[in-house]
Design a protein. Structure first.
Length: 362
């Protein structure tokens, strides 16, 4: 889908909200609607592209001319003030603004620059469009997932997971290997958690040393063309103990149930329940301490939220994670996570690394 088509979609929401224009200041939303990837910009979307304008500063004059050739450009700063000043001069009456992003002081500056304009809260209009991914977005997600898959495969094949290495060393190698496979960098701070640390859902890698018998939980992703992949795999160093096989098998069954529940029209709470009920039924509900998953795209965490506190139903084209976990404090834990796309014919799996328990020989 082209930026022009995306702006047309925003106009439908704009008209329903009775707005003459929408001021877009969130940089990810600006990127979604224009293709611009710089660090300073704003966009005013009017009733047509002829009534719209893009603004950035002089550092990005050449870049914006290349990336945003189809809109009138302003080179000025602050961009939001420049855009609303021009809109006021053109007689625009009601401007929606991203109230979930604009500060109180920022709104005051807009009102001072354009006192004749009525500024109306319009949170989440672009984010609602971003929830359903088009083919180009899914392709970027697919390539990001492939980079992460390849990095983990190489890490294991090269002996990078072995007793004596630290969590930090493993995390850094994973990130470097993702770059080798085309990633601009990691999607987020890579989680490598060994032994008892694997029971901490969002453990930050330390100098803790991997030891034989450890679970090693790795939650990581690649950033490709602005889109984020997300995957978690838990392996064991050496022969697994009975309790490790049991908890791993439980999480694997729950994860499969969550994946199977992904379908257009499914309530996000029901998807969470499909996996959670498996873990509850095994008596470990208290050890599954987070939601089942979340949307992914230009942000690593975006709508929809697959959780007991989530709201809404799935739609074909949504990209989500499914990531149940069971964690035993002081002992170890397991999480298995995939990135998938909701489809009418069944979920499309983007993360291809095996979900069988990988036993790394030591």
């Amino acid at each position: 889908m082209s930026p022009e088509s995306r702006r047309a979609g925003l106009r439908a929401s704009m008209q329903a909200a009775e707005l003459d224009a929408v001021l877009v200041t969130d940089l990810l939303n600006v990127r979604y609607l224009t293709g611009f990837t710089g660090s300073n910009a704003a966009l005013l979307v009017g009733v047509t592209d002829d009534d719209s304008a893009f603004c950035t500063d002089g550092r990005y004059d050449t870049q914006s001319a290349r990336q945003v050739p189809d809109l009138r450009r302003l080179i000025d700063r602050p961009c939001d003030v420049a855009l609303v000043t021009e809109a006021a001069a053109a007689g625009v009456g009601v401007v929606g603004f991203e109230s979930h992003r604009v500060t109180v002081d920022g709104l005051a500056a807009l009102r001072e620059a354009a006192p004749a304009v009525e500024f109306r809260r319009a949170p989440g209009l672009v984010e609602k469009l971003r929830v359903v991914k088009d083919d180009a977005e899914v392709d970027a997600l697919r390539r990001a997932c492939a980079a992460a898959d390849a990095a983990l495969a190489e890490l294991i094949e090269s002996g990078g997971l072995r007793p004596g290495r630290t969590e930090l060393e493993v995390a850094r190698e994973l990130e470097e290997r993702m770059r080798d496979h085309g990633a601009a960098g990691p999607s987020f701070e890579t989680i490598v958690a060994a032994g008892a640390n694997s029971a901490v859902p969002h453990h930050r890698p330390t100098r803790a040393v991997l030891e034989a018998g450890d679970f090693v939980k790795m939650d990581f992703g690649a950033l490709v063309d602005g889109y984020h992949s997300d995957m978690t795999r838990t392996v064991v160093l050496g022969a697994p103990a009975d309790w490790q096989r049991e908890v791993y098998d439980l999480v694997a069954v729950a994860q499969a149930a969550g994946r199977a529940a992904l379908a257009p029209g499914a309530d996000v709470r029901d998807v969470d329940a499909a996996a959670r009920d498996v873990i509850d039924g095994a008596g470990h509900g208290e050890h599954f301490v987070h939601g089942l998953g979340h949307g992914v795209g230009l942000q690593i965490h975006e709508a929809p939220a697959l959780s007991r506190l989530g709201a809404g139903k799935l739609t074909a084209g949504m990209a989500v994670t499914v990531e149940p976990g069971v964690y035993f404090a002081g002992r170890g834990g397991v999480r298995i996570e995939d990135t998938l796309v909701v489809r009418d014919t069944g979920p499309e799996l983007l993360t291809m690394t095996t979900k069988d328990l990988v036993v790394v020989q030591t």
